[in-house]
Design a protein. Structure first.
Length: 117
């Protein structure tokens, strides 16, 4: 079973930056994040295929968020720039073996990201 270790998160002001990290044990080929804001459905944010470096993003974060990887450490990073209050959510690290990450692929309690206006 995959285990993940997340770090980052916290409270920032609109326009600030923040970086999330997630390390995974076990065999994973795709890693990324979903997020869930209060009263809303959990939504896909970004993912990266560890072998190829191919990335995908939800439209609302394109140009602001960047996902990167350190394959040697099975670790991915989500660099979030120009944060907006609507980015406030719990961010969950997610992994998959050989397909796009899905909502049920996310582990742990997540990390809170709060962006004040």
């Amino acid at each position: 079973q995959v285990q993940v270790d997340e770090s980052g998160g916290g409270l920032v002001q609109a326009g600030d930056s923040m970086r999330l990290s997630c390390s995974a044990s076990g065999s994973v080929y795709v890693m990324g994040w979903y997020r869930q804001a209060p009263g809303k459905e959990r939504e896909f944010v970004a993912q990266i295929w560890l072998k190829t470096g191919n990335t995908d993003y939800i439209d609302s974060v394109k140009g602001r968020f960047t996902v990167a990887r350190d394959n040697a450490k099975n670790t991915v990073f989500l660099q979030m720039n120009s944060l907006k209050p609507e980015d406030t959510a719990i961010y969950f690290c997610c992994t998959a073996y050989a397909r796009d990450i899905e909502r049920d692929d996310c582990w742990g309690q997540g990390t809170q990201v709060t962006v004040s206006s």
